[in-house]
Design a protein around this ligand. Structure first.
Ligand SMILES: Nc1ncnc2c1ncn2[C@@H]1O[C@H](COP(=O)(O)OP(=O)(O)O)[C@@H](O)[C@H]1O
Ligand SMILES: [Mg+2]
Length: 294
């Protein structure tokens, strides 16, 4: 494991000096999604973002779970401002960004999320513009979404540069993950997917789960869904949730923390490739956002 981590580390270059203020960064907008709820999306989002930050990347976490926004609960922080204040033009996107654990910038969903999808076209455009603007200053903007196939989730997934699907080894979680892929599949300029298997016994189990989903997707949808990595079943995750401290900070030597570090390294070493075989870059969040979803 150590050797693998070391070789991945050497593949990941440090952020370049010239990626400074005057130059816009080649930011990536990622969506973390799942078919079934409670599979570990929010914990993954938070600890993955912290791992990327430790590797020198500028990351913004956006809590986009409309029903149960809880990124700040997982960090033991509260937010005076959230999306509501942005949508009603009371605050700018810079003003609603909070600093969480380890200074991680995040935007709380709050009550604003309910309003987001009944907005006029002009307001939607304003929202997408604000997201694009902040993305210029970040290496990664990561949306933590709610579970399932709501219209809202599909919009976030469809507008992003890449979507990571989280599943556990449970058959119900696997079938729901595939259902999500199936619904999102086939759109023009479709968002590339990668899979994360959470709560596994070992690496072999993650491969078995990933093979099942990838096999069906290949056969019936002619689409590739590579496995990015896995996070072990680890009782320290539950302990950290209770303490309201992200597990990678509360228990940095735990299995889950080591898995997430390895996963972040691999993520930086292996950028997403879309179905046409080209690397993703900024693909116009706003343009994709405004595209009609059916
Ligand atoms: N790797 C893991 N090992 C053990 N328990 C986990 C792990 N990941 C998640 N959990 C458990 O699952 C619960 C739900 O996780 P959460 O991130 O809130 O899921 P989601 O955002 O998908 O609803 C956590 O509170 C924790 O108890
Ligand atoms: Mg969640």
């Amino acid at each position: 494991m150590r050797d693998q981590a070391a070789s991945l580390r050497s593949m990941v270059s440090a952020p370049r000096e010239e990626d400074g203020m005057e130059r816009s960064r080649s930011s990536k907008i990622l969506t973390i999604a799942s078919g079934k709820g409670g599979v570990g999306k929010s914990n993954f989002t938070l600890n993955f973002a912290l791992a990327l930050q430790t590797l020198g990347r500028k990351v913004l976490v956006f809590d986009a779970d409309i029903g149960m926004a809880n990124i700040d609960v997982l960090m033991g922080t509260t937010s005076p401002y959230n999306l509501y204040h942005l949508l009603y033009r009371q605050k700018s996107i810079q003003e609603i960004i909070q600093l969480g654990a380890n200074g991680l910038p995040y935007i709380a969903g709050g009550s604003g999320m309910k309003e987001l999808f009944s907005l006029s076209d002009r307001d939607l455009e304003f929202f997408a513009e604000q997201v694009e603007m902040i993305a210029q200053e970040m290496d990664y903007v990561i949306f933590d979404t709610g579970a399932g196939l709501s219209r809202e989730n599909m919009k976030f997934i469809g507008a992003a540069d890449e979507c990571m699907i989280i599943t556990t080894p449970e058959p119900t979680s696997i079938t729901d993950a595939y259902a999500l892929v199936k619904v999102m599949h086939g759109q023009e300029n479709a968002t590339p997917f990668r899979m994360i298997v959470n709560r596994v016994e070992n690496e072999q189990e993650s491969e078995r789960v990933a093979d099942k989903i990838a096999g069906v997707a290949k056969r019936f949808l002619q689409t590739d869904i590579p496995l990015l990595g896995y996070v072990s079943e680890d009782p320290n995750v539950v302990k950290a949730v209770k303490r309201q401290v992200p597990y990678s900070l509360a228990y940095p030597q735990s299995k889950a923390s080591r898995d997430i570090q390895r996963l972040a390294l691999r993520y930086l070493a292996e950028p997403a490739v879309n179905q046409s075989g080209t690397l993703t870059g900024i693909r116009g969040f706003m343009k994709k956002w405004l595209r009609k979803t059916t």
